[in-house]
Design a binder for this molecule. Sequence first.
Ligand code: GLA
Length: 419
Amino acid sequence: MTGVFAMLALLAPTAALDNGVGILPPLGYNTWNALGCSGMSEASVRAAAETLVKTGLRELGYRYVNLDDCWQDPNGRDPWTGEIRPDLTRFPSGMKGLADYLHGTGLLFGIYTDRGLLTCAGRVGSLGHVMQDAQTFASWDVDYVKEDNCYSSTGPNDEDMLFYQFGLFRDALNSTGRSIFFSVCGGGSQLPLANLSYYATDPRGGKNLANAWRVAPDCVEWLTCRWGSAVASRLYDVAGLGGFNDPDMLLASSKGAARRLTPKHSRTQFSLWAILMAPMLIGARLELLDSFDLETYSNSEVLAVSQDALGRQGMMLAQQPSIFEFPFSVWGRPLGDGSWAVLFLNDSPILMTISCDADCWAKLPFAAGTRLHVRDLWTHGEADRPLATVGVPYSVDVPSWGASVMLKFRRTNRQLIAV
Ligand code: GLA
């Protein structure tokens, strides 16, 4: 350990995350994929909030309205007090005004900062102002803070400094006495396809540090989203109630958004994120959502998987092992009522029949020969093959190019009574 790090270790924050919020994965909206930097404005955020109410999404649990980068004054902090300031041209009511409006609408308010000197989009970061910013955010009645990883003085991958600085912010938030969901993020600058799983597995990270921690670089199109889901899957055992692996935000498919997926991919992303117990922050221009997207985000059966109170993350159960054959995978998550949500995902260019075979069944806790009811969580009825027998391959036809079928396997009533 160098002298500097020995000193950091002595000063190192010791408290663990202790904020009592974020027991289940957060549901809501984040501005980044919808508006980017140039589209940020109070009017757009209010339009998103109004749409959450009008569409019934708020009633389904989507309560966080989170500002990402570019809410800050482009001219920096107040030169006299050092306080962080909002861009009042774009947010004329200021942050407290916006928070009051959101709280009055039954929503929660999230904000974004960075542990470095600047944020990823070049606005002012929290370096050197940790306690002051935490107090400012608390005074604005902020409910959620995402802290990013750009422009750190020692680079984005200096793990000691990273955990030290994120830990300082966690403690500063704790010390405000306000319960604030804390999400740590890194992924903008570690491309190509860095594996950020140390955020989850290091004893200074994971649930000791935050309510959610990014595990992969930004999910900006289908391949990066699939990469994030694969990394999150391998980390299934570190997540739990109050702490979640974060493969990044939902991209949706709405027109006018800064980033988006095809409708089919966005639906698969939503299903996968539910299996992975991931934060579900919609990154769409909500007022431009079409009926397909609205149906996606309103699916109460998939939301029930996301919000399942058992709090066990799902994982990939099986995949096509040969690179010479078309790729597919089967994913599963155990649920509080003893059932399992199972997703069949086809990444190939042709319609495929995907099976839960012997290896896949072996990953599930049901005894061989058990009869299971199978429900389709997207058609809201029995699956095409409504009964499965544990150990006997169970097959599903799945359309091409990233489509998926999401099912729920549960013991038949007779067996439930017998156990
Ligand atoms: C990074 C993060 C993104 C977003 C942008 C904002 O790239 O990973 O999620 O917050 O910064 O500049």
